[in-house]
Write a protein of this length. Structure first.
Length: 271
């Protein structure tokens, strides 16, 4: 097939895909302010159930670097003082945590500057467990988004789009992070997918793995495009088997340390 024909076919495919997002994108793109989507979230019709999407966090939790993400040092001991507290040493991007634009930019939005309205979001949950079972470095792709839309309707503007790869069940096992020979291996988003989600006015993306990019990524293409666009991400989500594909509202308890590039967060879904 000639190169010109290939290019035209790709253009036609992308235009077809993008048409699926026009309704959401019209509202979402219009609401972007100061680099962050400011669409008022569509709150779930709550039945009162709260699902914790946060892993319990300690020095044994897997990290990208392999260095413990949090360590404890007794600062006041109960036996000595009648109360107790710890001095904590924490790396920002460990445990269930948020990535802000500042994580991959020189001067982007820091965690304390996030608009609180963008921390309460409608949840879009896309199931990629079958793909991940076949390929440890599986990606959420445009086709997965199209299937979700066909089954559930338009993606709400200002949403958190997360995937359930089944990886959360591997926490505590080395396969959560790498293959037996030490190579990173875990699912992530494809850049083609996150480009479409940006067009749709999505505010944040989330994974149940160590990274927004798949483990075998050589260029962090999602990090280097999604975060500098003024949006944020959440990594190492838990409990996704307990929330529906659509209809839940997520509350992101992001930290608020000045100038932070992100940090451990308590993430709750209300359904």
């Amino acid at each position: 097939m000639c190169h010109a024909c290939v290019i035209e076919n790709v253009k036609a495919t992308m235009l077809s895909r993008r048409s699926l997002f026009r309704g959401a994108a019209a509202a979402g793109v219009a609401s972007v302010a100061a680099g962050l989507t400011a669409a008022r979230p569509a709150m779930a019709q709550s039945g009162g159930k709260v699902v914790d999407l946060t892993h319990t966090y300690d020095s044994g939790f897997p990290t990208f670097s392999g260095t413990p993400g949090i360590t404890y040092e007794p600062a006041v001991k109960f036996a000595d003082s009648g109360y107790q507290l710890f001095k904590l040493t924490i790396f920002e991007h460990t445990g269930t945590h948020i990535d802000t634009p500042l994580h991959f930019t020189a001067d982007g939005t820091s965690v304390d500057e996030l608009d609180p309205q963008n921390l309460v979001l409608p949840l879009v949950l896309i199931d990629i467990r079958d793909k991940a079972a076949q390929d440890a470095n599986a990606t959420l792709d445009p086709d997965d988004i199209e299937k979700w839309i066909s089954a559930n309707g338009a993606i709400p503007a200002g949403a958190l789009v997360a995937f359930n790869s089944g990886w959360a069940a591997r926490v505590g096992d080395p396969s959560y992070r790498n293959t037996p020979d030490g190579a990173f291996a875990f699912p992530g988003f494809s850049k083609a997918a996150t480009d479409l989600l940006a067009e749709a006015g999505v505010a944040a993306i989330g994974t149940d793995t160590l990274s927004l990019d798949p483990g075998n990524s050589a260029d962090f293409a999602v990090h280097t495009s999604w975060l500098p666009s003024g949006r944020f991400g959440i990594e190492n989500l838990a409990g996704l088997d307990g929330v529906p594909a659509a209809g839940a509202t997520v509350f992101v308890g992001a930290p608020k340390h000045r100038g932070g590039t992100g940090g451990p967060a308590r993430v709750l879904a209300v359904i």
